[in-house]
Design a protein around this ligand. Sequence first.
Ligand code: XMP
Length: 322
Amino acid sequence: NWEMKDFIKKEIVRIRHLVGDRAQVIGAVSGGVDSTVAAKLMQEAIGDRFHAILVNNGVMRLNECEQVKETLDEHLGINLTVVDGAELFLSRLKGVNEPEKKRKIIGATFIDLFQQEALRIEKEAENTPNAGPVEWFLQGTSVSYKGPSATIKTHHNVGGLPETLKLKLIEPLRELFKDEVREFGRELGIHRDLVMRHPFPGPGLAIRILGEVDAERVAIARAADHIFISEIRAAGVYDEMSQAYVAISKDRAVGVQGDARVYGYIAILRAVKTLDFMSAEPYNFDFALLKKISTRIVNEVEGIARVTYDITSKPPGTIEME
Ligand code: XMP
């Protein structure tokens, strides 16, 4: 697509002009389409003077942190630092039940760790002979999906830059729609699976684990989600859905294993189709596939006794469970 190629070329020139020959840029990456495309663009424009930071918040999906690291670092050549905050996040989430509190704690802890790392990079930059100080902060968000409310960004994304970092904002995707970002990503040579990835919320599995989050319940939610997504991919229907995930209940239900009664959480499968994420319809699942997934989850994930499929539309339901 020559139009997109042209746009990328111009964007790279614009960024080089803006940042100059010496200044450095930092930005957070999550492994999602937007932040990855923005990071790749920066890497193309200024190479290692762009520093990407990935914060492991302990509520990412199975092997997600490792996969993001592999993709960004090894495949895309982005200068990446991984900050392992898993234990800190989980310790701050201990005893917390309320969804909005979970969100706040995760958001605040993220900022803490990100700032710490940014300050470390700034210090280090002072001592690099061939590069200048960190002056810019990359914000990778794009406009939400095309649809009736196309210009409304996801309300949850607080965005903005940590105030104590006195950095200027650079927002290369600010005026692009999600499908344009995907196109952009393809042109930049980013793998199809990443380009087509469903959105994943910042608070991660924490808002898909109803009630208190702890390491054991994270492991259960992770294992169930992994089976669900793998089966959806294997059946070739991943791209037909806008978002799909497994949540787990707060309380346990009964099941039977051999002669014994066992108690386990209820896995709630959710898969939706939407254009703008403001309204959504449940995905019309093939029943045999749903049953196969249910059997696998109950058999393979210790700690889950039941599987249900959420067929609530949005509104009145939301896409996430909390
Ligand atoms: P709801 O649940 O409000 O979700 O129907 C709409 C879209 O927003 C995502 N979402 C979040 N994204 N932080 C995020 O970064 C959040 O706290 C959050 N809560 C919901 C959700 O995954 C869906 O794509």
